[in-house]
Design a protein around this ligand. Structure first.
Ligand code: SF4
Length: 415
């Protein structure tokens, strides 16, 4: 097998096992089970496991069921924990049948194994606290390196996301689209301007490329190269980018309303205790039971007194979050239009930022662990559950025009 491209944090990851503060054996709705593992579990004669498999294992009857990777489901206990999670916080299947008996989902988590053209790309998701620390707390810009495949991880043909969907595509086209992805990462890592200005520029880039690729005359990815060069050129003028960003109108009350409606709509009963307590802290800090005027005036004070002092030298946490979202999901080459994907990215960023202001207010400041807890638990609920942000995205879609600039008010931090 060829080498695999990974972010520089990837080889450093190690699961912390029973020491983990938010084990991945808890807090899901269901766990996908691949066909081979489904059959192994269904035929198991293990005296301790067989009754549990009978109770927890079922066929996946959803419309997106796929014969190989999510043929079956393991349902969770009522409290959201896995039926196989032992008191010592270890997995009973791993304990009794060994690591090879784990489903692809459990064996690979929190990894994303993607395929872009002929290239394999692995990365980690931040829904795992150990991965979140590695990814988000590195103050240096994320780099990419080549590693040899690991047999336990890479030898089975599992893919999280792939582009093109059914082939390796045309090598020349894929190579230009690889440049497009490199420009996206370069914009997100352009530290001469604020995160808001970087996301603004990303929106304009996606809008321009989208116009070219959706034109009737479009025939080859080479036609986007001039646009890519233009946007790289804009990075030479950081002051102009900030000036342009300053002209975007803010709407902080709407941002706060979005975050508070997400808190109100969160399915608290099936949410992990860690996410529940994070949301409760954020709600108390935002003051969700007060009048809109009080919430707004406190928000500005809390942003200045408790949020800004922490983030003024740590904007790299948001940068790492955004770059990681982009690479784990092959952004913008997965399901949905560029505009839908952009809306989801800026919406998540915006909600996280408002919740952090609330958490900062309640704790009279922030530290790395509070910030990691929010990013990690938010990802556990949103990255693996499309419905979580669905209502917010639907309402943004309904209220806003069909243009990238129409959602850029979400990027502003202050009125
Ligand atoms: S969430 Fe991450 S660190 Fe925790 S048990 Fe799962 S893989 Fe290990």
């Amino acid at each position: 097998m060829k080498t695999i491209t990974v972010p520089d944090y990837y080889p450093k990851f190690q699961c912390s096992g029973p020491q983990c503060e938010d084990t991945c054996c808890n807090g899901w709705w269901n766990i996908d089970v691949d066909l081979e593992t489904y059959q192994l579990y269904q035929n198991s004669k293990d005296e301790a496991l067989a009754p549990l498999f009978q109770n927890a294992l079922s066929k996946n009857r959803s419309s997106n069921a796929n014969n190989n990777f999510n043929f079956g489901l393991l349902k969770m206990r009522a409290d959201g924990s896995c039926h196989f999670l032992q008191q010592d916080k270890l997995c009973a299947i791993h304990h009794r049948l060994g690591a090879t008996a784990l489903s692809d989902t459990c064996r690979l988590y929190p990894r994303y194994l993607n395929q872009f053209g002929s290239l394999r790309e692995n990365s980690l998701g931040i829904s795992c606290p150990e991965a979140a620390r590695l990814i988000l707390l590195n103050s240096e810009p994320m780099q990419f390196i080549e590693i040899e495949p690991e047999s336990a991880i890479d030898e089975k043909p599992f893919t999280s996301y792939r582009f093109p969907l059914h082939s390796e595509g045309d090598a020349e086209q894929v190579s230009i689209l690889t440049d497009f992805r490199a420009v996206i990462v370069a914009i997100l890592q352009f530290r001469e301007v604020s995160i808001g200005a970087r996301l603004m520029l990303l929106g304009f880039l996606l809008e321009d490329v989208n116009k070219i690729t959706s034109s009737e005359k479009f025939s080859h990815a080479i036609e986007i190269l001039p646009a890519l060069q233009d946007f790289v050129g804009m990075l030479s003028y950081p002051d102009q980018l900030e000036d342009q960003f300053a002209q975007i109108e803010a709407s902080i009350p709407r941002k706060i309303e979005m975050a508070t409606s997400l808190i109100a709509d969160s399915p608290i009963d099936s949410t992990s205790p860690r996410f529940k307590s994070t949301l409760q802290t954020a709600a108390a800090g935002i003051g969700t039971t007060q009048s809109s005027e009080q919430i707004l005036s406190q928000y500005a004070e809390n942003h200045a007194a408790y949020y800004q002092p922490f983030f003024q030298n740590k904007e790299y946490i948001f940068e790492n979050y955004l770059v990681n979202q982009v690479i784990t999901r092959l952004f913008p080459f997965t399901r949905g239009s560029y505009l839908e994907l952009y809306r989801e990215l800026v919406c998540s960023h915006s909600v996280i930022q408002v919740l952090l202001v609330g958490i900062a207010a309640k704790n009279k400041g922030l530290d790395d662990e509070l910030v990691i807890q929010l990013f990690q638990t938010f990802a556990r609920n949103s990255n693996h559950n499309k419905k979580y942000l669905g209502k917010l995205l639907d309402s943004l879609h309904a209220q806003e025009g069909d243009s990238f600039v129409d959602v850029m008010w979400l990027l502003k931090e202050q009125q």
